[in-house]
Design a protein around this ligand. Sequence first.
Ligand SMILES: C[S@@+](CC[C@H](N)C(=O)[O-])C[C@H]1O[C@@H](n2cnc3c(N)ncnc32)[C@H](O)[C@@H]1O
Ligand code: SF4
Ligand code: SF4
Length: 485
Amino acid sequence: MEMERGREAFEAAGEADLAVEARDEADLSADAILDLMLTVLSDGLDHPEIWGAVPGFLDALPDLVGTIQQRLDHEGGSETRAALLILLAMCGGATGDPGLMAERLEPLAADFSQSPLVHGAIFHLRGLADPDNPKYRLAGKICPNPFVQLDVLARASYLCCSNFLNTSVGNMSSRSWERVWNSETAQAIRESIHDGSYRYCNKGTCPAIQANGLVPAQEMAGRSEYWREILESAATRLDRGPESVNLAYDPTCNLSCPSCRTAPFAADEKMRTRFEALQERAILPLLKGAKTVFVTGSGDPFASKNFRRLMEQLTPEEYPELRFQIMTNGMLFTPRQWGNFPALHGRVKILKISLDAATGPTHELLRRGARWPVMLENMAFAGDLRARGQIDHLEFVFTVQTDNYCEMGDAIDLAKSFGADSVFFARMTNWGTFSADEYAAKAVFLAEHPDHADFLHRMQDPRLRDPIALLGDLSAFVAAQRQAA
Ligand SMILES: C[S@@+](CC[C@H](N)C(=O)[O-])C[C@H]1O[C@@H](n2cnc3c(N)ncnc32)[C@H](O)[C@@H]1O
Ligand code: SF4
Ligand code: SF4
């Protein structure tokens, strides 16, 4: 009887293939169900359909918790262990305190800072603990990115920023952009938006999810005929190419920030030749149909010979519809450099300058190789361009970590003094430059960090409620403290 109910519960979870497999199993015990769940979770993606079915499993299989605990006693592999801890927390969340279970999983968020599975599980538990908060309800809402965006890296491409959606849809160095854009994986990602699972997305760090910024499907369908067709037919293969292309294949940079790299990097001759070929064969044709090009999230646009060449080629005559999003560390953003790129003049939708600080010592510590007096001059020049309408929007970017969180409020004052339109704050994730322990020491936004209480206090700085402050994946910390007060 218990086995029968276990099977029903698994089928209810919507895992059709595994349920069919399970039907043929003679003994569908807690052990067998656990194996099936671990198989599903081994893809490292989020599986809200399983989380939703956990109460049913518990009902059908009273020994499930004991079985998970036994496995944990013997399991050595860190990924399977993480999946077991998640399942245990889900069982605890279904019968007890989901908020507490989410906190128990927080240490995993430091070890697996890029994992959609770990962050998705914590997100689900937080949603159970805060059932009236609409940000936790994703079904029926649409994120447009996977339908309009392509981020091109050196050997991989993504349908969103790879910080939040780190499954590659293909390599543009060896395939045409059309094949990559509609690859099987690309289609599976779009399906996960239609079905509301968002299983490929990192729900803990995605600013759109954290700020409850996804759009109701009905509203999206009303935006254009194109969107109405996509949503009505749950289309995953798209006739149109991306509107927005993010060029992130060249990591060449004039700085070497510790959060980003362990040593300075500049592309050598061979690499530059490869990037040049990619640009000529794929990027320039792709950009003919695009509306915005983002240069760059990988290095610095003004330090890279390839990006500099491309910015010269994208003239208004050849690309009349195209507009630029420029992201830079700002050190090379001088009047002379600006003069070298007439194709940018009057065509920059947004200029993002990363500061990660509001004072010289912090800036120079976190932006290795930068000099604060130069930054002050260059920020003033950027503010002047903004005031003269040469750029549409000026944004300062602040990646939050232990060494700079005390300067978040001051960054708002600084931005205003230069006439910036916004300051974008985001959590620092581990890009592989830190060990798990080093990252945990820098991740002040995680509940177990010794300075977390002070961080929460700083998050209540009224300056961070200014409309120019974009809090992205830090928004919840303002709301959390307000509720507690
Ligand atoms: C990699 S940089 C590329 C563009 C340019 N070089 C710049 O610094 O703005 C893009 C952004 O990533 C941020 N960043 C660096 N390390 C990060 C990390 N470990 N986690 C999240 N963001 C990070 C930087 O602060 C910057 O705002
Ligand atoms: S929901 Fe977030 S992670 Fe997913 S595609 Fe949209 S912006 Fe990217
Ligand atoms: S300036 Fe940007 S690309 Fe360069 S090292 Fe720093 S974060 Fe990385």
